[in-house]
Design a protein around this ligand. Sequence first.
Ligand SMILES: Cc1ncc(COP(=O)(O)O)c(C=O)c1O
Length: 386
Amino acid sequence: MNYQEVIEKYGTPSYVFNIDELKKRIEYLKDKLSLKYDLVYAVKANTFISKGIENEVARYEICSPGEFAICNKLNIPRNKMVISGVYKDRLTIENMIKNYDDILKYTIESISQYELLDELTTKYQRKINILIRLTSGNQFGVTVEEIKKIITDNHNPLITIDGIEFFSGTQKHSLKIISKEIDKLINLVDTIENEWNFKIKEIEYGPGLPVYYYQDDVFDEDEFLKEVKNILDKIKNHKVTLELGRSIAASCGYYLTKVVDMKSNKFANYAILDGGINHLVYYGQTMAIKVPYFEIWPRRTADLVNYSLCGSLCTINDFLVKNINVRKLEKNDVFIFKNVGAYSCTEGISLFLSRDLPQVILYQNEKFKLVRENVKTSELNFPKNL
Ligand SMILES: Cc1ncc(COP(=O)(O)O)c(C=O)c1O
């Protein structure tokens, strides 16, 4: 990817999502985790890259009316969508059931979600398949008792219960936890099949695979994934699909922000950037102390100087990195922060200060394409009808 070209053409601040790289990343994950496990892409990680991986993923996990609207407009095949989410509003679900006979899969996160689908499939005589989400002890999903109730009470011939969904959290570094979760699912499926006499076809599992964002992190991903595969292989007789967001999307993303001012006082040399923490989010609040992967363009050869990199927000928290030694900077030098493909462009405090949202550029088949212009948040923060 040619940094000079993208900087000249589009400027900063901007996100670039490299679809060519993303496809390779998915191939890598499939290779390490085994091709027998279908991948479900959790759209929330990054909507912009969804269309580019249509042939690479088996399904899309869609958790809101907005995510559905985006994927539908992108012509993502509806038969690849799993309609999920803790709040499924009647209007959206009724529109889906009424208008589309090719949305085949829904998750169930509460008894009332089951009742809604039971009512609507009957009303519109629409056949659907469901996955019942097992809770991990929070507001998502249902208890084992509720799973039993749904399975035993489902006399709706239009609703086929395919199996169980489970996701307990993201950035899971512990193989022990993944292993425990798989054991729990195996036991549950065993109970459902042998005690409640109901055949489970599929387990959809979100392992929350971790992404290591910082230069000091030590992580052998090949080894980690090998162990994850060994754990998943404990499930012998059921189809397993893996719901992934972060580990698919993170590495394809770049955030470009340029030096717009520089100053020094007795505490530090500051480089002020035209972006900030409103656009750049990794995971948690460790970023300013930990050093993420980045490059600076153009590449300079001057002496090393220590800087703190600050964004454009009026808050003392707007540090991208503190105390980093880099070649002496000049105004307009561009920082290219890496691994920002997952969640970064949606999780920031993007309305704060009414600064524009960055443009979004896709890089595919070795070409750049602008897919979102700057968005003026001043319009969103503006009181109409005064
Ligand atoms: C139900 C569900 N599945 C999958 C994911 C994706 O998780 P990750 O990005 O850790 O892969 C999420 C993320 O919040 C989720 O809520």
